[in-house]
Design a protein around this ligand. Structure first.
Ligand code: HEM
Length: 162
């Protein structure tokens, strides 16, 4: 795998946009802002859905209603976060790809949490139809919260290995 990943990272890092991001003093922080704005939307809407599954907070809406109202914002947030993340990554791709925290975040935690999120989102209309969220639904909400927390912890550790 390494044989084609590193050349790909080198190509990415020396692409015109990655060079611009790396060499300008304001573009990198601006893209961080984009990544964090997307993350606020993505993680915020995920946490709102998971807390509702766990029956925490005010409950004027059913689980299914919360999911439906946040669905579009949830995926807009994801697209913005991934675009920003990709651009940040491309600026120093050869360093990030060998960073253990980045590897844990991107190759383990993000795919795992994302697959689980899609599963929870698909199941929510079924769990939401019942007056009380079944125990399995609550457990799924808790597990999803913990998985995203794991992604954030791994992300925060990236600079420690840089
Ligand atoms: C959607 C789930 C994601 C979450 C929850 C997430 C979370 C975070 C957080 C909290 C940080 C800030 C770390 C810090 O500065 O303390 C960060 C930075 C970063 N993220 Fe993400 N991220 C996600 C997706 C991605 C993706 C898909 C990529 C790459 C393709 C990416 C690449 C990066 C990079 C390169 C940094 C900068 C690390 C540094 O040098 O400080 N992220 N992310």
């Amino acid at each position: 795998m390494e044989s084609f990943v590193m050349p790909l990272c080198k190509w990415l890092q020396f692409s015109w946009w990655a060079t611009d991001i790396r060499t300008s003093y304001w573009v990198y922080p601006f893209i961080q802002l984009i990544h964090f704005t997307g993350l606020s939307l993505w993680l915020g809407t995920n946490v709102a859905g998971d807390l509702r599954l766990l029956n925490i907070g005010k409950k004027p809406q059913t689980v299914a209603e919360v999911r439906d109202e946040l669905f579009v914002w949830n995926w807009i947030g994801f697209c913005v976060a991934v675009t920003g993340g990709f651009l940040l990554f491309s600026s120093r791709a050869t360093l990030y790809i060998v960073n253990p925290a980045f590897r844990v975040k991107l190759m383990m935690m993000v795919p795992l949490a994302l697959i689980f999120h899609i599963f929870v989102q698909a199941k929510t209309p079924i769990w939401g139809r019942q007056p009380v969220v079944p125990a399995f639904g609550k457990l799924a909400g808790l597990l999803e919260l913990l998985l995203w927390l794991g992604v954030v912890i791994a992300a925060v550790e990236i600079p420690s290995f840089g």
